[in-house]
Write a protein that binds this ligand. Sequence first.
Ligand code: PLP
Length: 374
Amino acid sequence: MQAELDALAAADRLRLCPPLAGPSRVRPDPQSPGLLSFCSNDYLAMATHPALAAAAAATAAEEGFGASASRLVAGDLPAHRALEAALAAFTGRPAALVFPSGYQANQGVLSALAGPGDLIVSDAANHASLIDGCRLSRAEVRVYPHVDVDVARTALTSGTHRRRFLVTESLFSMAGDIAPLPRLAATAADRDAVLVVDEAHALGVLGPGGRGACAAAGVVPDVLIGTLGKALGAAGGFAAGPQVLRAFLINRARTFIYTTGIAPPVAAAARASLELVAGPEGDARRTRLFALVERLAGALGEKVPPGPIFPVLVGSDARALLVSSALRARGIFVPAIRPPTVPEGSARLRITLSSAHEPADIDALAVALREVAR
Ligand SMILES: Cc1ncc(COP(=O)(O)O)c(C=O)c1O
């Protein structure tokens, strides 16, 4: 292990968890109040919303803290059921099933739905949890170049397979762009493929009432996957779709079956968040967030991205680390994102904005980025 860690360090690939303190996600170090963070996924600043803490505390008192068993055995509590009903209503789908994380939702869905003899066609920039779900399924996997619908269409056409699946993120976590959802949906329909869309970074942020990029594009995927740990500020993940999907996943998704149900207070916090995010408070936070997105794009002279994710491509791992530490020296916290999270040679800084940032924070970031680029 040590030899491998040493090799990672020598290759500028060693990873560490930077220790932060609470509660603010944009000012992460009470010891250095000037330090600004631009890398959490708490896009709407819900992680520190008092309504989440209150809902969690009330549910801990009413239902206990841990679920204590798999949902299938003795761990299915009112908070789970209420959250799933709220998620179904939010996504406009008949049913939803909550997993302990978005990672487990992706792994569980793909490995349950697809199997040997099936074909999964997957975007090259898809998240590790989707990649692992593809691998676990033992289906044939064809990876198409990022957002290239024509190649995806061709990949779905050749060969004989029992079933076909087209899998994509909506708002891409590392590239910050949006999948061509209407074209992908048309392609899936045309090729009789099941469309699976991971809305991890879009839910809460994009679309009417934060309902996601699919809702914004008028696309209804066969399976919509989301996380409760990013814009919703809680933890957990879910899959939404027809009732039969929920019943099937309860019986076949191993990451749901063989794990303790999410803690009821966490489910209650997610539901409280969902209610706020879908309402006027969510609208106000999204308006504020997108004003900041425009401000940063303007300051950098860049096109306004579709969401709050600004990838700054740097290239080599060593340079990404250097740029990150130069920013840190200027009071800006943005860790370097290196392979295998992103493709070889495309190490980057992944800058994300939150509605809790101030316009002056964005200006400070832009100044620091310009200085470091020089
Ligand atoms: C696109 C995408 N899907 C799924 C996940 C996993 O979600 P979770 O953090 O809830 O496990 C992440 C990030 O963590 C992600 O970026």
